[in-house]
Design a protein around this ligand. Structure first.
Ligand code: NAD
Length: 371
Protein backbone atom coordinates (compact mmCIF):
# COMPACT_ATOMS: atom_id res chain seq x y z
CA UNK A 1 0.00 0.00 0.00
CA UNK A 2 1.24 3.52 -0.81
CA UNK A 3 2.51 5.54 2.12
CA UNK A 4 0.46 8.30 3.68
CA UNK A 5 0.75 11.86 2.39
CA UNK A 6 2.36 14.24 4.87
CA UNK A 7 0.39 17.41 5.24
CA UNK A 8 1.35 20.40 7.39
CA UNK A 9 -1.59 22.56 8.44
CA UNK A 10 -0.86 26.14 9.55
CA UNK A 11 -4.16 27.80 10.54
CA UNK A 12 -2.60 31.17 11.51
CA UNK A 13 -4.70 34.06 12.80
CA UNK A 14 -8.12 35.69 12.60
CA UNK A 15 -10.50 33.68 10.43
CA UNK A 16 -7.63 31.29 9.52
CA UNK A 17 -8.44 28.73 12.27
CA UNK A 18 -12.20 29.10 11.61
CA UNK A 19 -12.04 28.25 7.92
CA UNK A 20 -9.34 25.64 8.48
CA UNK A 21 -11.70 23.77 10.81
CA UNK A 22 -13.99 23.18 7.83
CA UNK A 23 -11.09 21.89 5.74
CA UNK A 24 -10.22 19.43 8.49
CA UNK A 25 -13.69 17.92 8.08
CA UNK A 26 -13.04 17.52 4.36
CA UNK A 27 -9.66 15.94 5.07
CA UNK A 28 -11.30 13.49 7.50
CA UNK A 29 -13.94 12.70 4.89
CA UNK A 30 -11.29 11.98 2.25
CA UNK A 31 -9.23 10.00 4.75
CA UNK A 32 -12.15 7.67 5.45
CA UNK A 33 -12.66 6.87 1.77
CA UNK A 34 -9.17 6.53 0.43
CA UNK A 35 -6.49 3.85 0.41
CA UNK A 36 -3.86 6.56 0.85
CA UNK A 37 -4.46 8.58 3.99
CA UNK A 38 -3.04 11.82 5.28
CA UNK A 39 -0.56 12.26 8.12
CA UNK A 40 -1.43 15.66 9.47
CA UNK A 41 0.75 17.90 11.58
CA UNK A 42 -0.16 21.36 12.79
CA UNK A 43 2.23 24.25 13.29
CA UNK A 44 2.36 27.83 14.46
CA UNK A 45 2.72 30.81 12.18
CA UNK A 46 1.97 34.53 12.24
CA UNK A 47 0.54 36.28 15.28
CA UNK A 48 -0.25 33.03 17.07
CA UNK A 49 3.43 32.05 16.73
CA UNK A 50 4.50 35.46 18.03
CA UNK A 51 2.33 34.93 21.10
CA UNK A 52 3.64 31.41 21.74
CA UNK A 53 7.27 31.70 20.65
CA UNK A 54 8.01 35.37 20.04
CA UNK A 55 8.65 34.67 16.35
CA UNK A 56 6.20 34.79 13.39
CA UNK A 57 7.83 31.77 11.77
CA UNK A 58 9.63 29.55 14.30
CA UNK A 59 12.38 27.23 13.03
CA UNK A 60 10.23 24.25 14.06
CA UNK A 61 7.53 25.38 11.61
CA UNK A 62 10.04 25.74 8.77
CA UNK A 63 11.46 22.28 9.56
CA UNK A 64 7.97 20.74 9.53
CA UNK A 65 7.20 22.51 6.24
CA UNK A 66 10.36 21.15 4.66
CA UNK A 67 9.52 17.62 5.79
CA UNK A 68 5.91 17.78 4.57
CA UNK A 69 4.63 16.80 1.12
CA UNK A 70 2.52 19.95 1.11
CA UNK A 71 1.62 22.88 3.36
CA UNK A 72 -1.92 24.17 3.82
CA UNK A 73 -1.75 27.74 5.08
CA UNK A 74 -4.56 29.82 6.60
CA UNK A 75 -3.84 33.51 6.93
CA UNK A 76 -1.84 35.70 9.28
CA UNK A 77 -1.98 39.15 10.81
CA UNK A 78 -4.31 41.36 12.78
CA UNK A 79 -4.55 44.69 14.59
CA UNK A 80 -2.97 43.25 17.73
CA UNK A 81 0.38 43.03 15.92
CA UNK A 82 0.07 46.03 13.59
CA UNK A 83 2.30 48.26 15.72
CA UNK A 84 5.22 45.81 15.78
CA UNK A 85 8.33 46.77 13.79
CA UNK A 86 8.39 45.40 10.22
CA UNK A 87 10.90 42.61 11.04
CA UNK A 88 8.61 41.17 13.73
CA UNK A 89 5.26 41.29 11.97
CA UNK A 90 3.07 38.19 11.45
CA UNK A 91 3.18 38.62 7.65
CA UNK A 92 6.88 37.72 7.76
CA UNK A 93 5.72 34.18 8.58
CA UNK A 94 4.54 33.59 5.03
CA UNK A 95 7.45 35.46 3.49
CA UNK A 96 9.97 33.29 5.34
CA UNK A 97 8.18 30.09 4.33
CA UNK A 98 8.16 31.16 0.68
CA UNK A 99 11.85 32.01 0.84
CA UNK A 100 13.04 28.97 2.80
CA UNK A 101 11.05 26.53 0.67
CA UNK A 102 12.11 28.28 -2.56
CA UNK A 103 8.51 28.81 -3.67
CA UNK A 104 8.94 30.76 -6.90
CA UNK A 105 5.74 30.13 -8.85
CA UNK A 106 2.50 31.54 -7.53
CA UNK A 107 -0.63 30.08 -9.15
CA UNK A 108 -3.87 32.00 -8.85
CA UNK A 109 -6.92 30.64 -10.59
CA UNK A 110 -9.71 33.05 -11.44
CA UNK A 111 -12.70 30.84 -12.05
CA UNK A 112 -16.18 32.26 -12.41
CA UNK A 113 -18.56 29.67 -11.00
CA UNK A 114 -21.94 29.69 -12.69
CA UNK A 115 -23.97 30.24 -9.50
CA UNK A 116 -21.88 33.33 -8.70
CA UNK A 117 -21.84 34.89 -12.14
CA UNK A 118 -23.84 37.86 -10.88
CA UNK A 119 -21.36 38.57 -8.08
CA UNK A 120 -18.92 39.99 -10.63
CA UNK A 121 -18.91 43.72 -11.27
CA UNK A 122 -18.70 42.95 -15.00
CA UNK A 123 -21.70 41.90 -17.10
CA UNK A 124 -22.68 38.24 -16.74
CA UNK A 125 -22.18 37.43 -20.43
CA UNK A 126 -18.60 38.74 -20.31
CA UNK A 127 -17.53 36.71 -17.27
CA UNK A 128 -19.65 33.55 -17.57
CA UNK A 129 -17.28 30.63 -18.15
CA UNK A 130 -14.07 32.56 -17.33
CA UNK A 131 -11.37 30.11 -16.24
CA UNK A 132 -7.94 31.73 -16.03
CA UNK A 133 -4.78 30.65 -14.24
CA UNK A 134 -2.34 33.45 -13.47
CA UNK A 135 1.23 32.26 -12.90
CA UNK A 136 3.25 34.89 -11.11
CA UNK A 137 7.00 34.69 -10.51
CA UNK A 138 7.19 35.21 -6.75
CA UNK A 139 10.78 35.31 -5.52
CA UNK A 140 12.49 37.72 -7.92
CA UNK A 141 11.88 40.90 -9.84
CA UNK A 142 11.29 44.38 -8.53
CA UNK A 143 10.11 43.37 -5.04
CA UNK A 144 13.54 41.96 -4.24
CA UNK A 145 15.93 43.52 -6.81
CA UNK A 146 18.91 45.59 -5.66
CA UNK A 147 19.68 48.45 -5.49
CA UNK A 148 16.54 49.70 -3.82
CA UNK A 149 15.93 52.40 -1.27
CA UNK A 150 15.10 56.01 -0.56
CA UNK A 151 18.06 58.39 -0.63
CA UNK A 152 18.39 62.03 0.25
CA UNK A 153 19.98 64.04 -2.52
CA UNK A 154 22.40 66.91 -2.11
CA UNK A 155 19.54 69.39 -2.56
CA UNK A 156 17.65 67.77 0.35
CA UNK A 157 15.01 66.14 -1.87
CA UNK A 158 14.34 62.40 -1.50
CA UNK A 159 14.61 59.90 -4.35
CA UNK A 160 13.04 56.43 -4.21
CA UNK A 161 14.22 53.62 -6.46
CA UNK A 162 13.75 49.89 -7.09
CA UNK A 163 15.32 47.51 -9.56
CA UNK A 164 13.38 45.07 -11.74
CA UNK A 165 15.95 42.37 -12.35
CA UNK A 166 15.59 38.83 -13.70
CA UNK A 167 18.20 36.19 -14.39
CA UNK A 168 17.21 34.06 -17.37
CA UNK A 169 17.14 30.90 -15.22
CA UNK A 170 14.45 32.49 -13.04
CA UNK A 171 12.38 33.16 -16.14
CA UNK A 172 12.93 29.68 -17.57
CA UNK A 173 11.74 27.82 -14.46
CA UNK A 174 8.57 29.83 -14.01
CA UNK A 175 7.84 29.68 -17.75
CA UNK A 176 8.01 25.89 -17.57
CA UNK A 177 5.43 25.90 -14.77
CA UNK A 178 3.10 27.97 -16.96
CA UNK A 179 3.58 25.79 -20.05
CA UNK A 180 3.11 22.57 -18.04
CA UNK A 181 -0.12 23.96 -16.61
CA UNK A 182 -1.36 25.01 -20.03
CA UNK A 183 -0.90 21.47 -21.30
CA UNK A 184 -3.31 20.28 -18.61
CA UNK A 185 -5.79 23.03 -19.46
CA UNK A 186 -6.57 24.66 -22.83
CA UNK A 187 -3.00 24.72 -24.14
CA UNK A 188 -2.43 28.45 -24.32
CA UNK A 189 0.03 30.75 -22.50
CA UNK A 190 -0.15 34.54 -22.62
CA UNK A 191 3.18 35.92 -21.40
CA UNK A 192 3.01 39.52 -20.21
CA UNK A 193 5.73 42.15 -19.80
CA UNK A 194 6.59 45.63 -21.00
CA UNK A 195 9.21 44.68 -23.56
CA UNK A 196 8.53 48.00 -25.29
CA UNK A 197 9.96 50.05 -22.40
CA UNK A 198 11.81 47.70 -20.00
CA UNK A 199 15.05 45.78 -20.53
CA UNK A 200 14.00 43.04 -18.11
CA UNK A 201 10.81 42.82 -20.19
CA UNK A 202 12.81 42.34 -23.39
CA UNK A 203 14.72 39.49 -21.79
CA UNK A 204 11.47 38.02 -20.40
CA UNK A 205 9.88 37.96 -23.85
CA UNK A 206 12.95 36.45 -25.51
CA UNK A 207 13.46 33.73 -22.89
CA UNK A 208 9.79 32.70 -22.66
CA UNK A 209 9.68 32.59 -26.46
CA UNK A 210 12.75 30.36 -26.59
CA UNK A 211 11.42 27.97 -23.92
CA UNK A 212 8.11 27.72 -25.75
CA UNK A 213 9.73 27.03 -29.10
CA UNK A 214 12.25 24.48 -27.82
CA UNK A 215 10.23 22.60 -25.21
CA UNK A 216 6.54 23.29 -25.76
CA UNK A 217 5.92 23.67 -29.52
CA UNK A 218 2.45 22.16 -28.98
CA UNK A 219 1.39 25.01 -26.63
CA UNK A 220 0.11 28.24 -28.18
CA UNK A 221 2.21 31.16 -26.93
CA UNK A 222 1.14 34.76 -27.16
CA UNK A 223 3.14 37.79 -25.92
CA UNK A 224 1.18 40.74 -24.61
CA UNK A 225 2.10 44.04 -22.97
CA UNK A 226 0.95 44.05 -19.36
CA UNK A 227 -1.16 47.19 -19.72
CA UNK A 228 -2.98 45.73 -22.71
CA UNK A 229 -3.52 42.51 -20.73
CA UNK A 230 -5.20 44.51 -17.94
CA UNK A 231 -7.54 46.04 -20.50
CA UNK A 232 -8.22 42.74 -22.28
CA UNK A 233 -9.07 41.10 -18.92
CA UNK A 234 -11.89 43.59 -18.52
CA UNK A 235 -13.08 43.51 -22.13
CA UNK A 236 -12.68 39.88 -23.21
CA UNK A 237 -11.46 37.73 -20.32
CA UNK A 238 -12.46 34.46 -21.96
CA UNK A 239 -9.56 34.75 -24.44
CA UNK A 240 -7.13 33.80 -21.63
CA UNK A 241 -6.09 30.37 -20.39
CA UNK A 242 -2.73 30.72 -18.54
CA UNK A 243 -1.29 34.20 -17.99
CA UNK A 244 2.42 34.29 -17.10
CA UNK A 245 3.99 37.37 -15.54
CA UNK A 246 6.79 38.72 -13.39
CA UNK A 247 6.36 39.35 -9.68
CA UNK A 248 5.07 42.87 -10.30
CA UNK A 249 2.81 42.30 -13.30
CA UNK A 250 1.63 38.93 -11.97
CA UNK A 251 0.67 40.57 -8.69
CA UNK A 252 -1.41 43.28 -10.30
CA UNK A 253 -2.99 41.13 -13.00
CA UNK A 254 -3.88 38.27 -10.64
CA UNK A 255 -5.80 40.74 -8.45
CA UNK A 256 -7.56 42.07 -11.51
CA UNK A 257 -8.43 38.56 -12.68
CA UNK A 258 -9.63 37.71 -9.16
CA UNK A 259 -11.91 40.73 -9.15
CA UNK A 260 -13.69 39.31 -12.22
CA UNK A 261 -14.98 36.50 -10.04
CA UNK A 262 -16.58 38.81 -7.49
CA UNK A 263 -15.50 37.37 -4.15
CA UNK A 264 -12.30 37.22 -2.19
CA UNK A 265 -13.80 34.48 0.01
CA UNK A 266 -13.90 32.03 -2.90
CA UNK A 267 -10.36 32.20 -4.28
CA UNK A 268 -7.56 29.72 -3.57
CA UNK A 269 -3.90 29.89 -4.57
CA UNK A 270 -0.78 27.74 -4.68
CA UNK A 271 2.91 28.54 -4.58
CA UNK A 272 5.28 25.92 -5.96
CA UNK A 273 9.01 25.33 -5.66
CA UNK A 274 11.40 23.51 -7.96
CA UNK A 275 11.10 19.78 -8.61
CA UNK A 276 13.84 17.88 -6.73
CA UNK A 277 15.91 15.99 -9.30
CA UNK A 278 16.34 12.99 -6.97
CA UNK A 279 12.96 12.57 -5.28
CA UNK A 280 10.79 14.13 -8.00
CA UNK A 281 8.97 16.05 -5.27
CA UNK A 282 8.48 19.79 -5.03
CA UNK A 283 7.73 22.02 -2.05
CA UNK A 284 4.32 23.63 -2.28
CA UNK A 285 2.15 25.85 -0.14
CA UNK A 286 -1.58 26.37 -0.63
CA UNK A 287 -3.56 29.27 0.80
CA UNK A 288 -6.64 31.36 0.18
CA UNK A 289 -5.92 34.75 -1.36
CA UNK A 290 -7.74 36.52 1.45
CA UNK A 291 -6.13 37.65 4.69
CA UNK A 292 -7.12 37.05 8.29
CA UNK A 293 -10.19 39.33 8.02
CA UNK A 294 -10.00 40.70 11.59
CA UNK A 295 -13.27 42.60 11.04
CA UNK A 296 -15.24 39.34 10.98
CA UNK A 297 -12.96 37.01 12.98
CA UNK A 298 -14.70 35.13 15.78
CA UNK A 299 -18.18 35.78 14.36
CA UNK A 300 -18.55 32.44 12.59
CA UNK A 301 -19.49 34.11 9.30
CA UNK A 302 -16.32 33.74 7.22
CA UNK A 303 -16.59 31.96 3.90
CA UNK A 304 -14.59 28.71 4.14
CA UNK A 305 -14.70 28.03 0.37
CA UNK A 306 -11.35 29.66 -0.54
CA UNK A 307 -9.60 27.53 2.07
CA UNK A 308 -11.48 24.40 0.98
CA UNK A 309 -10.64 25.09 -2.68
CA UNK A 310 -6.99 25.62 -1.67
CA UNK A 311 -7.09 22.06 -0.36
CA UNK A 312 -8.53 20.94 -3.72
CA UNK A 313 -5.55 22.57 -5.45
CA UNK A 314 -3.26 20.74 -3.03
CA UNK A 315 -4.87 17.41 -3.88
CA UNK A 316 -4.35 18.12 -7.58
CA UNK A 317 -0.86 19.64 -7.70
CA UNK A 318 0.95 18.00 -4.79
CA UNK A 319 -0.76 14.64 -4.49
CA UNK A 320 -1.84 14.04 -8.09
CA UNK A 321 -5.38 13.28 -6.88
CA UNK A 322 -7.19 14.91 -9.79
CA UNK A 323 -10.45 13.01 -9.25
CA UNK A 324 -10.64 13.98 -5.59
CA UNK A 325 -9.81 17.60 -6.41
CA UNK A 326 -12.57 17.68 -9.01
CA UNK A 327 -15.00 16.00 -6.61
CA UNK A 328 -14.35 18.67 -3.99
CA UNK A 329 -14.67 21.54 -6.48
CA UNK A 330 -17.93 20.07 -7.76
CA UNK A 331 -19.24 19.74 -4.19
CA UNK A 332 -18.56 23.44 -3.52
CA UNK A 333 -20.23 24.46 -6.76
CA UNK A 334 -23.28 22.32 -5.97
CA UNK A 335 -23.63 23.91 -2.53
CA UNK A 336 -23.70 27.32 -4.19
CA UNK A 337 -26.10 26.14 -6.89
CA UNK A 338 -28.37 24.90 -4.05
CA UNK A 339 -28.66 28.50 -2.84
CA UNK A 340 -26.47 28.64 0.29
CA UNK A 341 -24.37 31.78 0.67
CA UNK A 342 -22.05 33.19 3.32
CA UNK A 343 -22.42 36.93 3.94
CA UNK A 344 -19.65 37.96 1.53
CA UNK A 345 -21.40 36.39 -1.47
CA UNK A 346 -25.00 36.88 -0.34
CA UNK A 347 -27.54 37.52 -3.11
CA UNK A 348 -31.26 38.21 -3.04
CA UNK A 349 -33.32 35.03 -2.73
CA UNK A 350 -30.47 32.91 -1.36
CA UNK A 351 -30.10 31.45 2.13
CA UNK A 352 -27.52 33.15 4.31
CA UNK A 353 -25.41 30.74 6.41
CA UNK A 354 -22.31 30.82 8.59
CA UNK A 355 -18.92 29.14 8.27
CA UNK A 356 -19.76 25.77 9.79
CA UNK A 357 -23.10 25.32 7.97
CA UNK A 358 -21.28 26.00 4.70
CA UNK A 359 -18.64 23.40 5.65
CA UNK A 360 -21.31 20.87 6.59
CA UNK A 361 -23.10 21.46 3.29
CA UNK A 362 -19.89 20.67 1.38
CA UNK A 363 -19.56 17.38 3.28
CA UNK A 364 -23.19 16.54 2.49
CA UNK A 365 -22.58 17.16 -1.22
CA UNK A 366 -19.44 15.02 -1.07
CA UNK A 367 -21.53 12.22 0.44
CA UNK A 368 -24.08 12.54 -2.35
CA UNK A 369 -21.46 12.68 -5.11
CA UNK A 370 -19.66 9.65 -3.74
CA UNK A 371 -22.83 7.59 -3.19
P1 NAD B 1 -8.55 40.54 4.17
O1 NAD B 1 -8.48 39.68 2.98
O2 NAD B 1 -8.26 39.91 5.47
O3 NAD B 1 -9.99 41.24 4.26
C1 NAD B 1 -10.51 42.11 3.24
C2 NAD B 1 -12.05 42.13 3.33
O4 NAD B 1 -12.56 40.88 2.83
C3 NAD B 1 -12.57 42.24 4.76
O5 NAD B 1 -13.73 43.02 4.77
C4 NAD B 1 -12.91 40.81 5.14
O6 NAD B 1 -13.93 40.70 6.11
C5 NAD B 1 -13.33 40.20 3.81
N1 NAD B 1 -12.99 38.78 3.74
C6 NAD B 1 -11.76 38.24 3.58
N2 NAD B 1 -11.82 36.91 3.59
C7 NAD B 1 -13.11 36.59 3.76
C8 NAD B 1 -13.81 35.34 3.86
N3 NAD B 1 -13.19 34.16 3.79
N4 NAD B 1 -15.13 35.38 4.06
C9 NAD B 1 -15.79 36.53 4.12
N5 NAD B 1 -15.20 37.75 4.02
C10 NAD B 1 -13.86 37.77 3.85
O7 NAD B 1 -7.53 41.77 3.91
P2 NAD B 1 -7.10 42.96 4.86
O8 NAD B 1 -8.27 43.44 5.66
O9 NAD B 1 -6.39 43.92 3.98
O10 NAD B 1 -6.02 42.35 5.84
C11 NAD B 1 -6.30 41.85 7.16
C12 NAD B 1 -5.05 41.23 7.73
O11 NAD B 1 -4.69 40.08 6.95
C13 NAD B 1 -3.83 42.15 7.71
O12 NAD B 1 -3.12 41.95 8.89
C14 NAD B 1 -3.05 41.69 6.50
O13 NAD B 1 -1.67 41.96 6.61
C15 NAD B 1 -3.33 40.19 6.54
N6 NAD B 1 -3.17 39.50 5.25
C16 NAD B 1 -2.61 38.27 5.31
C17 NAD B 1 -2.48 37.54 4.16
C18 NAD B 1 -1.87 36.16 4.25
O14 NAD B 1 -1.86 35.61 5.33
N7 NAD B 1 -1.39 35.59 3.17
C19 NAD B 1 -2.95 38.03 2.94
C20 NAD B 1 -3.56 39.29 2.92
C21 NAD B 1 -3.66 40.02 4.09
Amino acid sequence: MASNKKLLVLPGDGIGPEVMREVRRVVDWMDRRRAVGFDIEEGLVGGSAIEAEGNPCPDATVAKAKAADAVLFGSVGGPKWDSLPFEQRPELGILRLRKDLGLFANLRPALVLDPLVDASSLKADIVRGVDIMVVRESTGGIYFGEPRGIEVLANGKRRGFDTDVYHEDEIIRVARVAFDLARKRRNKVTSVEKANVMQSGRLWRAVVGAVGKAEYPDVELEHMYADNCAMQLCIKPKQFDVILGSNLFGDVLSDLAAALTGSIGMLPSATLGAIDAVTGKRHALYEPIHGSAPDIAGKGIANPCAQILSFAMLLRWSFGLEDDAKLLETAVEKVLAGGLRTADIMQTGMARVGTSVMGEAVIRELDKLAA
